[in-house]
Design a protein around this ligand. Structure first.
Ligand code: CTP
Ligand code: MG
Length: 220
């Protein structure tokens, strides 16, 4: 099996509100995207492709190891992954799609995803249980129902796919469609998605609090 990692790093990071694209924001002095790329390589991916904002190509090239290829991202995450997919090299048989915004993902998560693919899963996602009581509210914010949480999972990245499965699923997806992750794209064409254990450290940096938490984890 030859695995290529695709890192979605072309977002602007509006909710984080930094002075640069989120993937270039430093964590312990190192840009988020550099952490995420290194995790994929440490976990056993053979090659990495990064989707970046068009205007920031050179800034990304300057902070990534040689051999990592950059691709112009799109206006949505779905468009960015689609652009990277078109540039995957001939040999790859497995693809792992990862958010640049999950810098502290342990390489062991990558390894678990790769192992599941190796054992024949067409699609696999790392997940965590939902531990809080989870409810439904109406428009006024009043609780109307409680959701049984035993079958619920929070989905992380990297998400892994047999190459042909992901390519065919994206081909079947209408041009302007925007889905929040890649497992949703393959589920839309009826592919079963297996789960493996995620990790709390793979949390996504979305708002300033998440970055503060990541800094604390690194400093430990
Ligand atoms: N992403 C991307 N291309 C886009 C939008 C998002 O590659 N057009 C990437 C981001 O760089 C990020 C990942 O998808 O690594 C998850 O998206 P999110 O956390 O929403 O990041 P942003 O879109 O950058 O943040 P925000 O939604 O707050 O603007
Ligand atoms: Mg976004």
């Amino acid at each position: 099996m030859s695995a290529v990692g695709i890192v979605a790093a072309a977002g602007s990071g509006l909710r984080l509100g930094a002075d640069r694209p989120k993937a270039l924001v430093p964590l312990a002095g190192r840009p988020l995207v550099a952490w995420s790329v290194q995790t994929l390589l440490d976990g056993g991916v053979d090659e990495v492709l990064v989707a970046v904002p068009t205007a920031d190509h050179d800034a990304f090239a300057a902070v990534l190891p040689g051999g990592v290829r950059l691709v112009e991202g799109g206006v949505t995450r779905t468009a960015s992954v689609r652009a990277a997919l078109a540039r995957v090299s001939g040999e790859a048989t497995a693809l792992l799609v990862h958010d640049a915004a999950r810098p502290l993902t342990p390489p062991a998560v990558v390894t678990r995803v790769l192992d599941a693919l190796r054992s024949g899963a067409p699609a696999v996602v790392p997940v965590l249980p939902v531990v809080d009581t989870t409810v439904v509210v109406d428009e006024a914010g009043t609780v109307t129902d409680a959701v049984p949480r035993a079958p619920l999972r929070r989905v992380q990245t990297p998400q892994g796919f047999a190459r042909r499965v992901l390519v065919e699923a994206y081909d079947a997806l209408p041009g302007g469609a925007e889905l929040t992750d890649d497992a949703a794209v393959v589920r839309a064409v009826g592919i079963p998605v297996r789960t493996v254990a995620g990790d709390e450290r793979a949390a996504k940096v979305t708002v300033p609090h998440d970055l503060a938490l990541a800094e604390l984890l690194v400093a430990r």
